[in-house]
Design a protein around this ligand. Structure first.
Ligand code: GLN
Length: 236
């Protein structure tokens, strides 16, 4: 059983390092045919426009969409979340190509620019239920997106309060497009929809390996009977 990590740009090495720590080999994916060798895929964070341009250049979009449609587990972190969303807002007219499949509207830079990056404790009961450990999980948010709307099939794993400035300044919420956040005071930052997992933050940059273990369990649930050795130096 092998987990692919899209290795065009961004934090793919960090994901591969966490997989190694839990005893799983991560395989770098740069070409469409390489997807045939893996049972699941992680799409890392980075810069989604650049990643989309590189994916287009390598003709990866059809193979990535097929991979999602086949029901294989795919986890998008940050820019990877944007890639998986059916709709992205908060970007220039036309935007970038998306893989889609995740029934969500995502705001690409909801939490602001690089200097507004932050860390926060998130409450994730599902992670504790499946992986043990505390309900809280450290979220590293870097130029982070957020999910503004999610369809009925989408299970919300974690949400986060909207910074109060955004509630009073609708322009900063909408970027270049009008987006209604209604009377909500929270946005969604982690979801699961069947074979798809998406997090607006970067678990690969923390010492907590539970998100990666959770994703591996999804492989078994999605039909691939993963038989992983988890003999690495797991530090849950
Ligand atoms: N907001 C960024 C984008 O649009 C994603 C940031 C990240 O992946 N850390 O690509």
């Amino acid at each position: 059983m092998a987990v692919g990590v899209l290795a065009l740009q961004g934090s793919f090495n960090e994901h591969i390092a966490v997989l190694r720590r839990i005893g799983v080999k991560g395989i770098e994916i740069r070409k469409p045919e390489q997807l045939q060798n893996v049972h699941a895929l992680i799409i890392p964070g980075g810069e989604s426009t650049t990643m989309a341009k590189l994916a287009e250049y390598h003709n990866l979009f059809p193979a990535l969409r097929e991979f999602v449609k086949m029901g294989k587990p795919v986890w998008g972190t940050c820019a990877g979340l944007i890639f998986l969303a059916n709709k992205a807002v908060g970007q220039k007219e036309g935007g970038q190509e998306l893989i889609g499949g995740l029934d969500c509207t995502v705001h690409r830079n909801f939490f602001g620019s690089q200097i507004q990056s932050f860390e926060a404790e998130l409450s994730v009961p599902e992670l504790a239920a499946k992986e043990g450990g505390p309900q809280s999980s450290r979220g590293v948010f870097i130029r982070a997106p957020a999910i503004l709307e999610a369809g009925p099939e989408v299970e919300v794993l974690a949400d986060y309060p909207i910074p109060s400035k955004k509630l009073t300044d609708s322009k900063s919420v909408t970027g270049n497009q009008e987006v209604k956040i209604g009377s909500k005071d929270k946005v969604i930052v982690a979801v699961r929809q069947g074979n798809l997992l998406a997090t607006a933050f970067h678990p690969e940059l923390t010492a907590d390996t539970r998100w990666h273990s959770y994703f591996l369990k999804m492989m078994a649930e999605c039909g691939d009977q993963g038989n992983f050795s988890t003999g690495g130096d797991d530090i849950n």
